[in-house]
Design a protein around this ligand. Structure first.
Ligand code: UDP
Length: 470
């Protein structure tokens, strides 16, 4: 049984899809072969990885991204699509002509053109979202507006036939301004002057990725049914949705997959020993862990507000400040706080969140960070920066009750006072007990979902049945 896996080559996207592949291989008990189709620089990182569990995955470069840094956003995506689609087609045809039967293409839903390639080659395609179901659902009404004239489109036709088809109320729809705040201003890729309602190009792109989803044989999410119950049920009316998460390494959840102890892929060099030795010396639930992931770039002002809050709270803190962000720290901050704080450029986040010393996670609510914190039962201070992080933060605060989303001022800035107040609320205030209780509940449900007979476990079995039938 053959699977071609085509992730987008960002940290969070790679982590999630590689984990999915490892689990498929484990469940397939030697009968499933996975080929990772990705960029040249990613294949080089994979070759350097000595991760025991990744050795079952064959890596194939379908795009040379060596010069990509010189290109703007649109040129990069266009070149990727035009070159990678040809190579992907070739790869599918060689794999499908093998004796193992047809292959299944599992592609990152941000690369929706890959489905067209699969269909041209006559093989099934599974879209894979590395974001929450609620995020995709939040685009529904925008999608209906954008494609309103396309009456033949099944999603538009279904919406026209049933005016009450909207997503459940828990799915908030952030304004385009909220979604965009913090995104790069992609001038060379912007809407035309004649647009009556110009949308940010990244939002447009997201909508376009939804336009061929109805042709996908499966629509997979790194989530689990209990976590997004209402949304999953609603979405199942539109697409063949299956949740298969959380895709954390098995060692942190069900412990069934041998050697599956880490993601095995790091875009940045991690300061493992420094962080873990430092945490080992701290009291249970006493530390604030702060990280804004691999891509978000805070303003100098916001960095300063966080720094001031961390300087004055009673708790110690571990703050991840990537090298490109370092110059935004206030002068002398690291020296002034060295008795209570540790600032490093990257850490082994899973081990940090799993550590008993961590009492709160100040996070941008990237989907991986969010579902990791849920899986470890760590309360969150939700400081979203853009796009899906807005929805995730809403769920953290209002729906799952596992954290607090501080109020931002009209400029989008969260003040030092607000951060301090929310940290106190999460760690010691009136809501602390309830937040801990909820965090414990979701932690148990996450484990149950991937454990034997859990919802995600069953969905992976279904995918294996589909593979066996090809
Ligand atoms: N991560 C890590 N070390 C760090 C910060 C982040 O290993 O110091 C990992 C984290 O565990 C997660 C991923 O990087 O799996 C970040 O993904 P997320 O979706 O949270 O945010 P993004 O980087 O895509 O904005």
């Amino acid at each position: 049984m053959e699977v071609i896996l085509m992730p987008f080559h960002g940290q969070g996207h790679m982590n999630t899809m590689l984990q999915f592949a490892k689990r498929l291989i484990w469940k397939g008990a030697g009968n499933i072969r996975v080929t990772l189709a990705t960029t040249l620089s990613t294949t080089q990182k994979m070759i350097n990885s000595d991760n025991e569990n990744l050795r079952f995955i064959t890596t194939k470069s379908i795009y040379d991204d060596t010069d990509d840094a010189k290109l703007n956003f649109k040129a990069r995506f266009d070149r990727f699509q035009s070159q990678a689609s040809v190579e992907l087609g070739r790869l599918i045809s060689t794999r499908s002509s093998s004796s193992a039967g047809k292959c299944l293409l599992v592609y990152d839903a941000n690369l929706s053109w890959a489905l067209d390639v699969a269909k041209q080659q006559g093989v099934p395609g599974a879209a894979f979202f590395t974001q929450a179901c609620a995020y995709v659902a939040s685009f529904y009404s925008m999608f209906l507006e954008e494609y309103a004239d396309n009456h033949d489109h099944p999603v538009i036709a279904a919406a026209n036939a049933n005016a009450n088809a909207s997503p459940p109320l828990c799915v908030i729809v952030p304004s385009p301004e909220e979604l965009e705040r913090g995104l790069p201003s992609l001038l060379s890729f912007s809407s035309t002057a004649t647009d009556t309602k110009p949308l940010h190009p990244i939002i447009r792109m997201m909508l376009s990725h939804m336009s061929n989803l109805h042709l996908a044989d499966l629509v997979l999410f790194n989530s689990f049914d209990n976590l997004e119950d209402e949304v999953v049920k609603w979405m199942a009316n539109l697409w063949p949705v299956r949740t298969i998460g959380p895709t954390l390494p098995s060692a942190y959840l069900d412990k069934r997959v041998e050697h599956d102890v880490d993601y095995g892929f790091n875009l940045f060099k991690s300061n493992n020993d420094t962080c873990l030795n430092w945490l080992n010396a701290k009291q249970v639930a006493s530390i604030v862990y702060v990280s804004f992931g691999s891509a978000a770039a805070l303003s100098v002002e916001q960095t300063g507000e966080i720094a001031e809050a961390l300087k004055h709270i009673p708790s110690s803190f571990l703050w991840i400040v990537r090298e490109t962000e370092h110059s935004k720290l206030p002068d002398n901050f690291i020296n002034e706080t060295s008795d209570k704080g540790l600032v490093v450029s990257w850490c082994p986040q899973l081990d940090v969140l799993a550590h008993e010393a961590v009492g709160c996670f100040v996070t941008h609510c990237g989907w991986n960070s969010t579902i990791e914190a849920l899986s470890f039962g760590v309360p969150m201070l939700a400081m979203p920066q853009f796009m899906d992080q807005m929805i995730d933060a809403h769920f953290v605060d209002q729906i799952w009750g596992v954290g607090v989303k501080p109020k931002a001022n009209e400029k989008g800035l969260v003040s030092r006072e607000e951060i301090t107040h929310c940290l106190e609320e999460i760690m010691h205030g009136q809501r602390a007990e309830k937040i801990k209780e909820n965090a414990g509940k979701w932690k148990a449900l996450a484990k149950e979902a991937v454990g034997e007979g859990g919802s995600s476990d069953k969905h992976i079995d279904e995918i294996i049945d589909l593979l066996a039938s090809l």
